[in-house]
Design a protein around this ligand. Structure first.
Ligand code: NAD
Length: 461
């Protein structure tokens, strides 16, 4: 993927107003691989105006016509799957097999689901004597993070296009090349000019200008809770709708009836995949005191096997942040049983797969999102204790429960969290994804995700 020196505005690649640039670094070897424009608020304004101009025609296109564009987009992404994986590996650093299996394949599946939903979703329904029309909300400002670069984009842009919205996308600074590849695919899919616009830029400049712009009807944001809170406040003051997908600190609850080895091994794999940079990662493992030491030994062995198989963190700042949490865990008195702060390689932003035992619920490493390959193992005495610990953070994005199925389901129903995997249930790209509490507002994926981009109008007869 050759970087574009321009922004994608109103159906074409056009130069940005200013000449500021964002450097793109490969986190595996710390080498510069390209640069993209850092947009100004004037560029954001131009993109929003293009989207507003395109909205009336796009919002009244037949859903089947929008579905045809999404099918074309899906087919192009599928044809460019290898290039997507290589681009994500270059700018995020994830090992190529993971980029192929997850970073490329997941968004392709999500694009397919919205191509189908655009064609089949009932955009009109009956309520007594009324006809209720589900109409596009308008122009969407989409702001995305770097951790799943293409998935985060597709999870917003595909349902927005399916709903009949126009979009201005501001992707993360660290992974703009994947966003440019996506813009090329949208262009190739024949989506009309102005319906999708890509503006690369810095969060506090371009992102903030987008969130504040009066021409935006919905801000759909995925990222940190701190920035999400700020965006929510700005949007609230302007009475603008927001969808916020934020941080997490999910619990992996292993009940006494569970297959312990399987629960621990899958739990460790869950935390180490994508080098721990997954908002829904089960970073707190909860084990009954009777089997605690057995679980700790299994987790330490499993983590050691990941040794040099995981990729680096995305940048030097994230690595420093994660290492400071490991130092904090040691200082708080947690027992380090795998990994630590020693760099596993001399070059690249790598952190060793790390496991802490004897973590108590009040420790910083049990409360705050670390966003790196760091697992905390906590001890519980009975089910009520486990529930208190599981629900005892400000977050509520995801989680897991292992045990006899009915028991596990009953426990999961009492968890304050948006999604729970029972006995290793697989990620489902059409199941609603989103947070309770400080993990967010709204849902992505499937029909619930589509609903975020719609508003209702009822006609009485
Ligand atoms: P971040 O909040 O720093 O950045 C996310 C996006 O917001 C980027 O595009 C950034 O440029 C932009 N941004 C930054 N400051 C802004 C501002 N003042 N106004 C407008 N936009 C601004 O987050 P990050 O470090 O890129 O991503 C990691 C975080 O994202 C983690 O906390 C993680 O849990 C969260 N996340 C959540 C989900 C979810 O679905 N709940 C998914 C992935 C990541």
């Amino acid at each position: 993927m050759k970087p574009h020196p321009d922004l994608y505005l109103n159906g074409a690649w056009r130069p940005a107003e200013g000449d500021a640039l964002i450097e793109v670094i490969n986190p595996t070897d710390e080498q510069r691989i390209g640069h993209v424009p850092a947009a100004t608020p004037a560029d954001i304004d131009a993109a929003v105006r293009a989207a507003r101009t395109a909205l009336p025609a796009w919002s009244t296109t037949l859903p089947t016509a929008r579905a045809a564009h999404l099918t074309a987009l899906h087919d192009i992404l599928t044809a460019r799957k290898d290039e997507i994986a290589e681009t994500v590996t270059a700018e995020l650093g994830s090992p190529l097999p993971f980029s192929q299996a997850v970073h490329a394949s997941l968004p392709i599946a999500v694009a397919a689901s919205y191509a189908e939903l655009a064609a089949t979703h009932p955009f009109e329904e009956k309520a007594g004597t009324s006809t209720v029309h589900l109409e596009p909300i308008g122009v969407v400002g989409a702001i995305t993070p770097w951790n799943y670069p293409l998935h985060q984009i597709v999870a917003k842009v595909a349902p927005a296009l399916a709903a009949g919205c126009a979009v201005v996308l501001k992707p993360a600074e660290d992974t703009p090349l994947t966003a440019q590849l996506f813009a090329e695919a949208v262009h190739e899919a024949g989506v009309p000019a102005g319906v999708f616009n890509l503006v690369t830029g810095l969060g506090p400049v371009a992102g903030q200008a987008l969130a504040e712009h009066p021409g935006i009807d919905l801000v759909s944001f995925t990222g940190s809770t701190a920035v999400g809170r700020q965006i929510g406040a700005t949007a609230g003051a302007a009475l603008k709708k927001v969808a916020l997908e934020l941080g997490g600190k999910s619990a992996n609850v292993i009940l006494p009836s569970a297959d312990l080895a399987r629960a621990v091994n899958v739990g460790v794999a869950n935390v180490m995949s994508n080098s721990g940079q997954t908002c829904s990662a089960w970073t707190r493992m909860l084990v009954h005191s009777d089997r605690y030491e057995e679980a700790v030994a299994l987790a330490a062995t499993a983590a050691a096997k990941y040794g040099d198989r995981i990729g680096p963190l995305v940048n030097a700042k994230q690595r420093a942040r994660v290492l400071s949490y490991i130092d904090k865990g040691i200082a708080e008195g947690a027992r380090l049983v795998a990994g630590g702060t020693q760099p596993p390689r001399p070059q690249g932003y790598f952190v060793s797969p790390t496991v802490f035992a004897d973590v108590t619920p009040d420790m910083v490493i049990a409360q705050e999102e670390i966003f790196g390959p760091v697992l905390s193992i906590l001890r519980y005495e009975d089910e009520e204790d486990a529930l208190r610990i599981a629900n005892g953070t400000v977050y509520g994005l995801a989680g897991a429960v292992w045990g006899e199925e009915a028991e596990a389901v009953a426990f999961a129903r009492r968890m304050e969290t948006g999604q729970v995997d029972i006995n290793g249930g697989r990620f489902n790209p059409v199941a609603p994804f989103g947070g309770y509490k400080h993990s967010g507002v709204g849902r992505e994926l499937g029909t619930h995700g589509l609903g975020e981009f719609l508003q209702t109008k009822s006609l009485q007869f």
